[in-house]
Ligand binder design. Sequence first.
Ligand SMILES: [Mg+2]
Length: 416
Amino acid sequence: MVADGATILHADLDAFYASVEQLLDPSLRGQAIAVGGGVVLAASYEAKRYGVRGGMAGRRARELCPHLRFVGGHFAEYQRLGDQVIDIMRDFTPLVERISIDEAFLDVAGSIHLFGSPRTMAIEIRRRTRLEAGLPVSVGIARTKHLAKIASQVAKPDGLIVVEPDHELDFLHPLPVELMWGVGPVTQARLAEQGITTIGELAAIPGRSLEHLLGRGVGTKLGSLAWNQDPRAIETTHRAGSVGAQSALGRKEISTELIRMTLRHLADRVATRLRAKERAGKTVTVRVRFAEMQSVTRSITLPAAISATPILAEVGYSLVTTALRDHPQERVITLLAISVSHLVFEAALQLELPIDIGEEKQRPGTTAGAARWALDRSVDGVRERFGRKSVGYASVALSETGAVPDEFRELAEKDG
Ligand SMILES: [Mg+2]
């Protein structure tokens, strides 16, 4: 059911991980910071101004912004604050569809008689999020999910945009095509080759030509979205499913090298299976078993679905590091496992998305993320022909930037 009025809200916390780090450590406020190390997981607005983006290699980010500060991720705090903001939204409607740790759709049609107009509710959600969680959130309001999401991206940072039903196409068509859901660097570049840079230009292409250009599924979908045809309703239940791999290690002394190597291998197995199923996932979980059979798990839900080996390995490494930090007395591990859940099916679209897509307005036609994606794909192709052992990721060194976030450094010191 598509709403008659503009009653779908898309609320998206601004530069979420980086905003939390700046909230926790006031000395980081106003600074160009990146969460991550080998791969940038999130960047503050101050860093984005230099072109630093989520999903980018840490080395590249340093080139763009030499004074960039890398900070370790406080994953438990992200989860806690993300949950707190979702709870604020649930005060307004039970129809909340959380699509990542920092982002949700709300259907407020049934709440207007209780709280006032959707705009009034959005103002109150933004006020309470700032007051109670200390974080900026942008909100877009429209008749469809796709348009609400675009409106929130246009509203960033720290803004609110309402698209009334009689202004939908006036609002939508002048916007750059990369704001559309599912248009990543690869699709954007393919469209640009045809001279298509705005959503209006895309809307003007006959459906047949679009399918020819982008493939049937993607072409049809984008053609509809360009005319704001998006029948998707708010979904409050998630699809099940996960892909995982584990490695029994015997009894091994904990070391950075052991954990990096093992995770890279496991991430590669999981990512290859995800891509073979044309899926990507948002939630990454690791399990670490120590010598005395004690197991601990750590989990994070990311802003966008991922299926790239190096990003999965990097996220896994951050999670394992937090588990080790919480168990400083342990010296030996016997098992490492990693899994990806909250799988999405539009993998052909999702795979292109850099991690931090939520905050991005402009992306160059080729990025490290797109190159990485293409590389992963070609590696899969070679494996299909020659068997999976033929190609490895020996040359992908995630820590080669020289930027060691504090929590990683702790582990390195423990080794030393
Ligand atoms: Mg966000």
